[in-house]
Design a protein around this ligand. Structure first.
Ligand code: B12
Length: 333
């Protein structure tokens, strides 16, 4: 069960110096200062000589954040969650009462519970329950974190169980279809940003696994990029013709199997040989996470092992190529 954080349950008197907080929370002074600077977390009061003095409320907030990191959240995500719960803009320092939870039962599940329960709901073919759990996940953790830390791992877990022979292919198909439908509808309802930098995404030739790439398309569209999602099994010859016409800033491809990784490598070589202005080539997916030696042959940038992190990487690459036009996603952590 996720504990509730109620700022008003803790005293706000300035009591502890940074050394005491280090000992009490296990967080280093450098981390505390960095969180304060970057996220406005626990802006402690100051002693007369200017030293930071933390209150019990600050300590409780820091411990709460640390536990969210242990559950797998990035610090930026944990801070957003804390702010949403306390209704404050700077975490624990704000003595406001907690806002009503966005969904009545929002306090009932931890991240791990939600992941587990979603998996069980899908394996019971219980779509209504899966929808309810997903709505809670969105309300509690935000859309990106819920997709990355709950929905996608539930799918991987179900896929692994099917592979081990623990569930039938019928159950796996139902779950996989549900997850794809959800992500596609999220992608479709996110406005298309015609004026943002254009990013084309597609699965490598011969690759039918698209869940990871839809996730990425969705996150990038939410960040204001003009996303063109091509879907599964994108054929090489037609892709290059369309790239020459669309002139995107970036092309991103994914591969799940080794054969698809080889096909993606070929695409990257063809893109690298296109005349300027040619798009930046980014890639990722299960095949490259499993075997890092596959990266070398690809003429492009490995974007990382997860879709959320890859968004930051995309931003960095595009800021270098088109300064001032890429979108600031540093808050994604
Ligand atoms: C659903 C599924 C299918 C569906 C795909 C439907 C669709 N429209 O997507 C269908 C039925 C088509 C399918 C077919 C096959 N599949 Co399949 N499939 C799966 C399954 C169960 C789930 C995949 C999934 O959606 N995972 C959830 C996503 C979120 O995870 P992910 O893709 O790994 O993505 C994460 C990261 O990899 C990363 N990422 C993903 N893409 C990208 C892209 C970028 C740019 C970046 C930066 C990051 C990134 O971010 C995500 C997390 O944030 C997996 C099992 C599993 N445990 O994953 C097998 C699995 C992937 N399939 C497998 C196989 C072997 C096949 C088939 C060959 C089966 C067959 N004998 O016919 C065919 C191949 C088809 C083809 N040519 O592509 C194997 C792959 C083995 C391997 N070499 O690694 C797996 C692992 C099953 C297994 N354990 O054997 N499959």
């Amino acid at each position: 069960m996720t504990e509730i954080f109620r700022a008003e349950d803790y005293q706000d008197h300035p009591l502890y110096n940074i050394k005491a907080v280090e000992q009490a929370t296990g967080l280093s002074a450098a981390t505390l200062r960095a969180w304060e600077r970057r996220y406005g977390v626990c802006e402690p009061q100051r002693s007369e000589s200017g030293y930071r003095l933390y209150s019990d409320r600050d300590l409780a907030a820091l411990r709460w954040l640390k536990r969210r990191l242990e559950e797998g959240l990035a610090i930026s995500q944990a801070v957003t969650l804390l702010q949403r719960r306390t209704g404050s803009s700077n975490g624990a320092a704000e003595p406001k009462a907690e806002r009503p939870a966005p969904v009545i039962s929002a306090e009932r599940f931890s991240l791990v519970d939600l992941r587990h329960q979603l998996t069980e709901a899908l394996l019971s073919f219980d779509e209504q329950r899966a929808d309810m759990l997903l709505s809670e996940a969105f309300a509690m953790y935000g859309v990106e974190s819920a997709c990355e830390l709950i929905l996608a791992p539930a799918m991987v877990d179900i896929g692994d169980r099917w592979h081990r022979g623990q569930i039938t292919v019928v159950a796996e198909h139902f779950a996989s279809h549900y997850v794809r439908r959800k992500l596609e509808s999220l992608l479709n309802v996110t406005p298309v940003h015609e004026r943002g930098l254009t990013i084309v995404l597609g699965c490598a030739p011969g690759d039918w696994h698209e869940v990871g790439l839809i996730l990425m398309a969705f996150f990038l569209r939410r960040q204001g990029y003009h996303v063109i999602y091509l879907g599964q099994n994108v054929p090489l010859e037609h892709l290059v013709a369309e790239l020459a016409r669309l002139l995107p800033s970036m092309v991103i491809m994914s591969a799940t199997t080794d054969e698809a990784a080889a096909a993606l490598t070929e695409v990257s070589q063809v893109v690298a040989a296109m005349p300027e202005p040619r798009p930046i080539f980014g890639f990722g997916g299960r095949a490259f996470n499993r075997d890092h030696s596959l990266h070398e042959a690809v003429r492009g940038h490995f974007l990382g092992e997860s879709a959320v992190r890859a968004v930051n990487q995309v931003h960095t690459l595009l800021s270098r190529a088109a300064p001032g036009r890429a979108i600031d996603t540093s808050h994604l952590g």
